[in-house]
Design a protein around this ligand. Structure first.
Ligand code: SAM
Length: 250
């Protein structure tokens, strides 16, 4: 029976990527992904920083709270992202799609949003919201903790809002993200400011600019732009460093 559910859900995912899956199929999909992924052990500490626990899907309503715009000025962030119609944008760690849905409208029908998350339940919440707004250009992708399963050389922006500090395999993920970006593609990183004690977020879920730069520069990225006018978050743009040599691939 379990075998049949595996086969059914694999076919459903391949042929109907936008179709909402029932709980049994979602569970089966998760098991297949975990098995195929042969997950290497995650880190607890990376370059002196303690990695935070993944936000559980039961906390998803917080991501679409009414006050989020007032607190984080999300629309100011979006208007400074540099989105153009027709772009391919990855919303990495999309959660229930707070940003995916808005980005889908910004890139228009010729553009695509690749919405990646490791929790199938988050993707299910995203699918429900996408369908209720009849949006057709969002592709949900179930990532594994060390591999976002993105196509290579095809993404204009990877937006990571309040996600990077949770990655249990930061350098492996950064390497995959690097491969998925077009030559001039950028990662746009948003993290709550550790330097600012007034930002009302737990310390483990904040990052300092210094730490971000240390981690990104060690993984083949260079800072190309910053936007410092958000009330709580750093917003930092990283492009590929052309002179970087991946020591681990030597
Ligand atoms: C705090 S939520 C942020 C959601 C969304 N970016 C937003 O701002 O509304 C962090 C999300 O990152 C996801 N996440 C954690 N590790 C991940 C990984 N390795 N790959 C993809 N998503 C991941 C979690 O499952 C969770 O949904």
């Amino acid at each position: 029976m379990l075998r049949m559910i595996f086969i059914f859900s694999a076919i459903a995912i391949l042929y109907f990527p936008g179709t909402p899956l029932g709980p049994a199929a979602v569970e089966a999909q998760q098991q297949i992904t975990q098995k195929q992924a042969k997950l290497p052990p995650g880190r607890r500490i990376y370059m002196g920083r303690q990695i935070a626990q993944t936000m559980h899907y039961t906390g998803a309503p917080w991501l679409i709270r009414e006050n989020r715009e007032n607190e984080e000025r999300c629309s100011l962030m979006l208007s400074n992202l540099g989105v153009k119609t027709g772009m391919t944008i990855c919303d990495m760690g999309c959660g229930n799609g707070f940003y995916s849905l808005q980005l889908a409208k910004m890139v228009g029908p010729a553009g695509t949003i690749l919405a990646v998350d490791v929790q199938p339940q988050m993707l299910q919440l995203l699918r429900t919201r996408v369908e209720s707004e009849a949006i057709e250009n969002v592709t949900p992708i179930l990532g594994s903790f060390h591999n976002p399963h993105l196509p290579k050389n095809s993404v204009d922006f990877i937006l990571m809002v309040d996600v990077y500090h949770e990655l249990s395999h930061p350098e492996v993920m950064l390497n995959y993200m690097r491969e998925s970006l077009k030559e001039d593609g950028q990662i746009v990183l948003l993290e709550y400011r550790e330097e600012d004690p007034k930002v009302p977020i737990k310390p483990l879920h904040k990052m300092s600019k210094k730490q971000i730069l240390k981690e990104y520069e060690s993984n083949g990225f260079q800072l190309t732009k910053e936007f410092d006018k958000l009330p709580w978050q750093h917003m930092m743009f990283f492009g590929k460093d052309p002179n970087w040599k991946n020591e681990s691939s030597k």
